[in-house]
Design a protein around this ligand. Structure first.
Ligand code: SAM
Length: 220
C-alpha cells in the first residue's frame, strides 16, 4: 500500500473532502443547498445527507421527525431513504423556510402526503407529538436547546428507533475542552449525557459538522 507524503492531518482533510463529495447530490438537494446559502443557513453536508438517507433506509423508516427544517436539504435526504409510504414531520419556527422546503420536496417529486411541515417553536410542537411513535428523530436546530430536544426525542422514539443529532462537533469547538462558550459547552454536556444512558447504543461520527447516532434499546 503506498502512503501519502502529506502530514496525517492534511491527508485526512483530503480523504474527508473526497468522502463528503463521493456520492452525487440530486438536483433538488443542490438547489436547496444554494437557497440555504443565500439565507445564511447551514444545511447538513452532502456526506451527512447521504448518511441520513442510509439510516432511514436501513430501518425502513415510516415516521420521522426533523427539528429544524431550514429549506429542506436534510428533509430531502430523509424522504429519499424512508419507506415510500412514510411521513416526515419537520418543524421550523420560520414560515419562509417552510415555503422554500415545500418547493424543494415538490421539485424532488415527493407528494404532499409524505410530509407535514409544522411552523412553530420546536419545543412547543414536540410536546404535542405522541410517545414511542417515531422511527427516527433528527435534531438540527439551536444547539442551546439540545438537552430539551434530546429529552423529547427519546420520548418520541419507539424501541429500536434512531436519535440523530447534527452539529455534534460544532466545528472543532466541542472537541476543544478548554472552550467553555455556551454552545460547545451545552453540546459537550449533551453528548456526555447520551453516553451515560445504557439503554442507548451510540456512535459519534466526524462527518459534516459531526453526527451523533444512537439506537434506543428494545425492552428486555
Ligand atoms: C441549521 S438550520 C436546519 C438545516 C436543515 N436541517 C437542512 O439540513 O437543510 C436550523 C433551522 O432551525 C430553525 N430553528 C432555530 N430555532 C428554532 C426553534 N426554537 N424552533 C423551531 N425551529 C428553529 C431555524 O429557523 C433554521 O431553519
Amino acid at each position: 500500500m503506498s502512503r501519502s507524503s502529506q502530514s496525517p492531518a492534511a491527508a485526512q482533510a483530503v480523504s474527508w473532502a473526497y468522502a463528503e463529495e463521493f456520492f452525487p447530490q440530486p438536483d433538488a438537494a443542490r438547489q436547496a443547498r444554494a437557497v440555504s446559502q443565500r439565507l445564511g443557513l447551514e444545511p447538513v453536508s452532502p456526506g451527512v445527507a447521504q448518511t441520513l438517507t442510509l439510516l432511514a433506509r436501513l430501518i425502513s423508516a415510516q415516521a420521522v421527525v426533523e427539528i429544524g427544517t431550514g429549506v429542506g436539504v436534510a428533509s430531502l435526504a430523509l424522504l429519499a431513504g424512508m419507506d415510500p409510504n412514510g411521513v416526515l414531520t419537520s418543524i421550523d419556527s420560520e414560515a419562509d423556510h417552510h415555503q422554500a422546503a415545500r418547493a424543494a420536496v415538490a421539485q424532488a417529486g415527493h407528494p404532499p402526503r409524505r410530509h407535514r411541515f409544522i411552523t412553530g417553536r420546536a419545543l412547543e410542537v414536540l410536546r404535542q407529538l405522541m410517545d414511542s411513535a417515531y422511527d427516527l428523530v433528527l435534531i438540527d436546530a439551536e444547539p442551546l436547546d439540545y438537552p430539551e430536544y434530546v429529552e423529547q426525542a427519546l420520548r418520541l422514539l419507539r424501541p429500536g428507533g434512531l436519535l440523530v443529532l447534527h452539529h455534534a462537533l460544532l466545528g472543532d469547538t466541542v472537541a476543544k475542552e478548554s472552550n467553555l462558550d455556551d454552545e460547545p459547552l451545552i453540546v459537550r454536556e449533551t453528548l456526555e449525557a447520551v453516553r451515560q444512558l445504557d439503554w442507548l447504543t451510540s456512535a459519534l461520527w466526524p462527518i459534516g459538522d459531526g453526527l451523533l447516532v444512537s439506537v434506543k434499546s428494545e425492552p428486555a
